[in-house]
Write a protein that binds this ligand. Structure first.
Ligand SMILES: Cc1ncc(COP(=O)(O)OP(=O)(O)O)c(N)n1
Ligand SMILES: Cc1ncsc1CCOP(=O)(O)O
Ligand SMILES: [Mg+2]
Length: 486
C-alpha cells in the first residue's frame, strides 16, 4: 500500500467501493427493439450501482451522443458513468471514468490523460497484470471471464482460484465479470470481490428492472461482511459494545460481540465494573469464530491481564485478520477501564497482533512515556509505537485544541488526515465509535487509509447530528444516516 494517496484519492476510492457491487455493462445486441436509454433506466430503477457504456461498433459522433445521453441518466440516479475502451469519448462527455483492457492503451498513459480524479478500470486475467495495473494507476480491476459467456467472443475463462489470488494480491477493488447470473453468482462467495460486472443477466432479461433487483439482492447477501467487537458493555448505550454494534450496523456490516466486562455507567461516570471470567470470554470467542468468522475485529476495554491473555490467544489461534486495537485506558469521565498491570500485557500481547492501534493523545503519552505538545511530537511517538510493536498507529488528534487532525503512521511513514473540529460537548464513546467504524470498513475491504477516512467521516456525521442526552458528556447519534431523532 502506498501512502502517497492524497485525501481526494481516498474519497474517490470510498465512493468507488459503493459503486461496484452491481456494475451493469451495456450491449445493445441483447436489447431487440428496446432503446438503450430505456434499458439503462430500467437497470437503474432495479438498483444497479454503476453503468458502463460498451460500444464496439459506433462511429465517434453517435458514440459521443449516446455517452452524453446515458451519462445524464446515470447522474439523475446518482450512479457513476463509465465509458469502455475510448478515453477520448470519456473525456469529451466528462464521464466519471473509463475502462480499458490490456490491448486498449497503457494504463500509465490513461491515468496521465484522465488526471487523478476520474475512475480508471483495467481488465486483468493474471496476478502479474493486476499488480502492474494497480501500480500504474488503476482504481479497480475487471477480472474474468469467471464463467462461460455469450456476450464476448473468445473470452477465455479464468479459474476461481486465480480470481481469489488476484483479490488477495491487490489493494484496489476487484469486480468479477463473464457469464455471471442469479444462479451461479453464489459460487463467487469466497473470492473477496467487491462486485460483479454483468451484461446479459441484466440486458438480455425480459424484465430488466426485475433482473437487476434480484441480482442486487443476491449480491447484498454475497457481499455481507461481519465484524466482531471484544469490549465492555456500557449500560447507557453510548460507548463500548453498544456503540460498536450500532456503528457496525450503520457502516453496513453485521456486528457480533464478546463482552469482557459489564459496566454500570452513564454519561456522568462509571459506577461499577463486573468483569467476565477468562473462561467465559474464551467461550464467547469460540462460539463466534467457530460459526461466523469475522472479517474484522476490534478490541476496546480489555480490562485485565488474564482477559488480554485469552483474547490474544484466541485471536492467534483463529488467525483473525483486520484487528483494530483501541487501547482504552481511561473513560472520558476519568474512570479507569484497564488495570495498571495490564498495560504491559496490552502492549506486548495485543499490539503485535493488531493491524492498527488507535490511541488518543493521552494514551499515546501513557504508552510511550513521551509528552506531546505538537504535530512533530505526535509523529515521534507514533513512529516509536510502530517500530516497537510492528503495528500501524492512528494517533488521534481529537483532543488537539485547534483541529481534529489524525496521524496514520505505517511502515511507509506518516500520513496526516485532516479533521474538522465539531463544536459538540457530547463526546461519550467517540473512540469506541471510530475504532468500530474502522474495523467495519476494513471488513468491507477498504484499504487502511480509506477505512480510517471513511470512519472519520462517519464519526463527524455522528457528532454533527447533535444528539443531546444525559447530564454529562452525552452519546453520539450513531444512526445519523438512517433517521433523525425528533
Ligand atoms: C469491468 C469490465 N471488465 C472487463 C471488461 C472488458 O472490456 P472489453 O473492451 O470487452 O475487453 P478488454 O479490453 O478487456 O480486452 C469491461 N468492459 N468491463
Ligand atoms: C466484456 C467481457 N469481458 C470479459 S467477459 C465479458 C462479457 C460479460 O458479459 P456477460 O455478463 O453477458 O457474460
Ligand atoms: Mg477494451
Amino acid at each position: 500500500m502506498s501512502l502517497s494517496l492524497c485525501q481526494n484519492n481516498i474519497t474517490k476510492a470510498c465512493a468507488l467501493r459503493k459503486a461496484l457491487p452491481l456494475y451493469a455493462i451495456t450491449d445493445r445486441r441483447w436489447l431487440g427493439d428496446k432503446p438503450l436509454a430505456q434499458a439503462v433506466k430500467e437497470a437503474l430503477l432495479g438498483g444497479v450501482t454503476m453503468i458502463q457504456l460498451r460500444e464496439k461498433n459506433l462511429d465517434t459522433d453517435c458514440f459521443l451522443q449516446e455517452a452524453q445521453r446515458i451519462k445524464a441518466l446515470c447522474h439523475a440516479f446518482n450512479v457513476p458513468f463509465i465509458v469502455n475502451d475510448n478515453i477520448g469519448i470519456a473525456l469529451a462527455c466528462d464521464a466519471d471514468g473509463v475502462h480499458i483492457g490490456q490491448q486498449d492503451m497503457a494504463v500509465k498513459e490513461a491515468r496521465a490523460l484522465l488526471g487523478p480524479n476520474k475512475i480508471l478500470g483495467v481488465s486483468a486475467k493474471t496476478t502479474a497484470q493486476a499488480l502492474a495495473a494497480e501500480n500504474d494507476g488503476a482504481d479497480y480491476l475487471g477480472v474474468g471471464a469467471v464463467f462461460p459467456t455469450d456476450s464476448k467472443a473468445n473470452a477465455s475463462e479464468i479459474s476461481h482460484n486465480e480470481l481469489q489470488r488476484i483479490c488477495a494480491a491487490v489493494s484496489i477493488p476487484v469486480v468479477a465479470i463473464g457469464g455471471i447470473n442469479e444462479k451461479n453468482i453464489s459460487k463467487l462467495q469466497h473470492s473477496s470481490i467487491s462486485g460483479a460486472a454483468v451484461i446479459s443477466a441484466i440486458f438480455a432479461a425480459p424484465d430488466i428492472r426485475a433482473a437487476a433487483t434480484r441480482l442486487r439482492q443476491r449480491l447484498s447477501a454475497l457481499l455481507t461482511k461481519t465484524a466482531l467487537t471484544i469490549a465492555g458493555s456500557d449500560a447507557s448505550g453510548g460507548a463500548g459494545i453498544q456503540a460498536d454494534l450500532k456503528t457496525m450496523l450503520a457502516c453496513g456490516v453485521y456486528g457480533m460481540s464478546a463482552i469482557t466486562a459489564l459496566t454500570a455507567q452513564n454519561t456522568t461516570g462509571v459506577a461499577g465494573v463486573s468483569p467476565s471470567t477468562p473462561d467465559f470470554l474464551s467461550a464467547q470467542l469460540d462460539s463466534i469464530f467457530d460459526d461466523i468468522f469475522p472479517d474484522a475485529v476490534k478490541t476496546g476495554m480489555v480490562f485485565s491481564t488474564p482477559l488480554i491473555a485469552v483474547i490474544a490467544g484466541r485471536l492467534r489461534h483463529y488467525q483473525a485478520k483486520n484487528i483494530v486495537v483501541d487501547p482504552v485506558m481511561i473513560a472520558t469521565s476519568g474512570a479507569h477501564l484497564l488495570s495498571t498491570d495490564a498495560i504491559t500485557a496490552l502492549k506486548e500481547q495485543l499490539f503485535p497482533l493488531a493491524t492498527l492501534i488507535t490511541p488518543n493523545l493521552k494514551e499515546t503519552e501513557a504508552l510511550t512515556g513521551l509528552s506531546i505538545a505538537n504535530k512533530a511530537d505526535m509523529e515521534t511517538a507514533a513512529r516509536k509505537l510502530q517500530a516497537a510493536y510492528g503495528c500501524n498507529v492512528l494517533c488521534k488528534g481529537g483532543h488537539r485544541p485547534t483541529d481534529a487532525d489524525d496521524l496514520l503512521y505505517t511502515a511507509d511513514g506518516p500520513l496526516w488526515l485532516p479533521g474538522r473540529r465539531v463544536d459538540n460537548p457530547n463526546t461519550h464513546g467517540t473512540g469506541c465509535t471510530l475504532s468500530a467504524a474502522i474495523a467495519a470498513h476494513l471488513a468491507k475491504g477498504y484499504s487502511l487509509p480509506q477505512a480510517v477516512q471513511a470512519a472519520k467521516d462517519y464519526l463527524t456525521g455522528a457528532l454533527t447530528a447533535g444528539l443531546n442526552l444525559g447530564h454529562g458528556a452525552g452519546p453520539l447519534h450513531h444512526g445519523w444516516q438512517l433517521c433523525k431523532f425528533p
